[in-house]
Design a protein around this ligand. Sequence first.
Ligand SMILES: O=C(O)CCC(=O)C(=O)O
Ligand SMILES: [Fe+2]
Length: 322
Amino acid sequence: MAAAKIGGGGAIPVVDLAPFLTAGGDEGGAARATAAVREACRTYGFFRAVNHGVPAGLMARALDLSASFFALPFEEKAKARPAEAAEAPLPAGYARQPAHSADKNEYLLLFGPHLGVNAYPAEPSGFREAMEECYSKLTELGLLIQEILNECMGLPPGFLEAYNGDRSFDFMAALRYFPATEEENNGISEHQDSNCITFVLQDGVGGLEVLKDGGWVPADPVDGSIVVNIGDVIQVMSNSQLKSATHRVVRKPAAHRHSLAFFFNVHGDKWVEPLPEFTEKVGEAPRYRGFLYNEYQLLRMSNKTHPPTRPDDVVDITRYAI
Ligand SMILES: O=C(O)CCC(=O)C(=O)O
Ligand SMILES: [Fe+2]
């Protein structure tokens, strides 16, 4: 990937979701937006959503509060950990990437507030309320995008909603990236997300980039908009018709970057495989064998806990490719 160029592919596509949120509906507009999502997911695997229903003021407040939290001394941040190992798929609360990691960031993980596993910092005040409100709004947006994908994929109405009705594996990460140094600038190494749909809210610093046709395209911050990307689960179900795009975060000099990433996921007990609509019904061979989501999630976590020395040994969705 070292040969990849910067830029080249232009900005990521923009999709206006207003037709889905307009009282009384706007069928023509909704059809156009659905076509735009389909095109974006086939080509980039990424788009920037505007008029998505998450209030811009709430997004700005959540990012500001996140910045205030990460600005606290390490000992204060470290208090935002649950007292005992909880029943969450990953540990909730504050953590910093281990020193051996190539990724240079720290984060706070939040699960569905209904699970009761979250650890919230005492400071800054209002943090919990803003994060929970964001979490709830992003869950609603996840349900909307899932419905749009259902249509894009030509699935029977309500198919994805019924398949993915359990919200206990979703999570949100508040992230802070350290400023780049003269020696290196990796924030998150290139990867694909393993889940269904990801949302990214970011401050004005920038650094998120998407791989498209061999070049890195910046997903630049635009106030009030949300970056949406497709994860491996949708790529597998669509037999690679929709793309789980490779992306990375490059750190910028002299600035911390803050983002909120929401991962709309499937439950670990779910069996994931290419759907008949993309295989036997259209005479295509499946490109993946089926797998239990939990198995894949655990393999992906081992990338972090036991980072492989050879880049080729990093587990990604090609593990299940046929
Ligand atoms: O912080 C961002 O902009 C993206 C984070 C990301 O790609 C991830 O956590 O998977
Ligand atoms: Fe990601």
